[in-house]
Design a protein around this ligand. Structure first.
Ligand code: NAD
Length: 513
């Protein structure tokens, strides 16, 4: 049945099985090697995708450069109209695209649909924004002069995305980049290439219907080597890269070497602080969803719970009970809470983490393990685990991209919990569960959480598109999506206009001829 559903889904999205890969719109081509996409849901091979060779990449860049010349001249609100139409197409195709995300990546169908909803939301946001790309009017110190600043498009934006959000991250970037007047080249994760081809088909239709050049949206496929074509190429003005800290450190260096711009959205090590004033029921829901949702493969997944000693046992026992109720299995079946990890390498990483936490002195209170047998044939299903640990353990300091939750204990004031929370290299998402105003405000103050996202009485996982999304420290410092994140996709220009017949110089400098 799954195969039939997926086949229908692929047809609706115009995704055939072979020879798709590089695209500058509706024409797919590619001369690189073939990569295979396996579903972690059932282990089946779902597609073979042709990757992008260096020559293909050159064609893509040239097509994008040409498209930019047309696209940048279109008034921003008209660019917004294209994004509006794209949002409408996504509404029509929400179900099949959500199913493909779920099948190719392994997240639950609800989360797959949620990801497409995020794409729709960012389109709506971008449409409004296309009439609000505001600069400021400034007062000149010289008489008869006017100053203002304005924003212009950058050119080509290169997007490198991770496997865990195979469609939404692209839309977060493209929707804003397009209304800004940029054109985009996307290198999706080699672990979810079909999703990128499906998205490309959708935007290619919109562009064709509007007689616009294909190169406004391009995709390239392949692993890090294809990513490097983009990061090393000075014709790509901005690299927006989402993925591991390891990848971000390489990309940052490569792009900086050519003085390009980069926007980095890297790993997190997110914690919830649970104070004696926390609502325990809310805490458990937030923590369990945060730790096991998407099988712990969100950048905002909850990795650490920092619990006050006075309520530690209550929270621990409630969590153990809650974990007993989790059902693990096919993510397309809505009854299941937890789906598979992305591949067997991820399963190995999960097993190693459980072994390491014990070796470092931790104590597994929910043991975990790999599932086998009927329904688990792909070998990618694991049981969510909980370990009592200490913040300084090496394994706790690193992001394990799997459903492993660490319980850490604190005593005394909330400052002690904040110190533990901040005591890691990552700085993406953080939360405090408390009904105590003083604790909440301390957590949000300049002496509080050092993360890009800090929440009160909601968990760490997930975010709305209206806010700027991203994190500090080794999470990379980038911001995407809402608020004024659009400015990253544009270059700022300061303009001074003299409407007199004199030429006074700034700072009163005299230069008589
Ligand atoms: P990854 O770093 O292995 O790969 C991410 C992307 O980078 C892939 O497309 C990959 O091909 C590419 N890449 C890898 N090395 C490269 C290089 N040297 N040059 C150019 N491109 C290169 O990450 P992953 O396993 O796909 O995703 C999981 C990671 O992503 C986690 O650490 C997670 O926290 C992070 N993530 C962060 C955010 C965020 O917004 N902060 C969102 C989603 C995922």
């Amino acid at each position: 049945t799954i195969e039939k559903t997926i086949q229908k889904t692929l047809t609706k999205l115009g995704v055939q099985n072979l020879n798709q890969g590089t695209s500058t719109g509706s024409n797919f081509f590619g001369n690189g090697e073939i990569i295979e996409s396996f579903s972690p849901v059932d282990g089946n091979l779902i597609a073979k995708v042709t990757t992008t060779s260096k020559d293909d990449f050159e064609t893509v860049i040239e097509t994008a450069q040409d498209a930019f010349k047309t696209w940048r001249l279109k008034p921003a609100p008209q660019r917004g109209e294209i994004v509006r139409q794209f949002g409408l197409k996504l509404r029509e195709l929400k179900q099949p695209l959500g199913e493909l995300v779920s099948y190719e990546m392994g997240k639950s169908l609800q989360e797959g649909l949620g990801e497409v909803q995020e794409m729709i939301d960012i389109c709506d946001f971008a449409v409004g924004l296309s009439r609000q790309l505001q600069g400021s009017t400034l007062h000149s110190e010289r008489p008869g002069h006017r100053m203002y600043d304005q924003y212009h498009p950058l050119g080509i934006v290169g997007i490198i995305s991770a496997f865990n959000f195979p469609v939404a991250v692209w839309a977060w970037n493209t929707a804003l980049a397009w209304i800004a007047g940029d054109v985009c080249i996307w290198k999706a994760s080699e672990k979810a290439p079909l999703c990128s081809i499906a998205c490309q088909n959708i935007i290619a239709d919109v562009l064709k219907e509007n007689n616009l050049p294909e190169g406004i949206s391009c995709i390239v496929n392949g692993d890090y080597k294809v990513g490097e074509y983009m990061t090393t190429d000075k014709r790509v003005a901005l690299i927006s890269a989402t993925g591991s800290i390891r990848m971000g450190k390489i990309v940052a260096k490569t792009v900086a070497e050519r003085l390009g711009r980069s926007l980095l959205e890297l790993g997190g090590n997110n914690a919830i602080i649970v104070t004696p004033d926390a609502d325990i029921k809310m805490t458990i829901i937030g923590a369990v969803f945060g730790a096991v949702g998407t099988a712990g493969q969100r950048c905002t997944s909850t990795r650490r719970l920092i619990i006050h000693e006075s309520i530690y046992d209550t929270v621990k026992n409630s969590l153990i009970d809650a974990y007993k109720q989790l059902s693990i299995g096919n993510p397309l079946d809505e009854k299941n809470h937890v789906g598979p990890l992305i591949d067997k390498a991820a399963v190995e990483m999960y097993k190693n983490a459980l072994q390491q936490v014990v070796e470092e002195g931790g104590n597994l209170v929910v043991e975990g393990g790999v599932l086998s047998g009927e329904g688990y044939e792909s070998g990618c299903y694991v049981k969510p685990a909980i370990a009592e640990a200490e913040n300084h353990f090496e394994i706790v300091q690193n992001e394990t991209f799997a459903p492993v939750l660490y319980l850490l204990k604190y005593s005394g004031d909330v400052e002690n919990a904040i110190e533990i929370q901040n005591g890691v290299v990552q700085g993406l998402s953080s939360a405090i569960m408390t009904n105590n105003l003083r604790e909440a405000e301390k957590f949000l103050s300049q002496a509080g959480s050092d993360c890009g996202i800090a929440n009160v009485n909601i968990g760490t996982s997930g975010a709305e598109i209206g806010g700027a999304f991203g994190g500090e420290k080794e999470t990379g410092g980038g911001r995407e999506s809402g608020s004024d994140a659009w400015k990253v996709y544009m270059r700022r220009q300061t303009n001074t206009i003299n409407y007199t017949t004199e030429l006074p110089l700034a700072q009163g400098i005299k230069f008589d001829l």
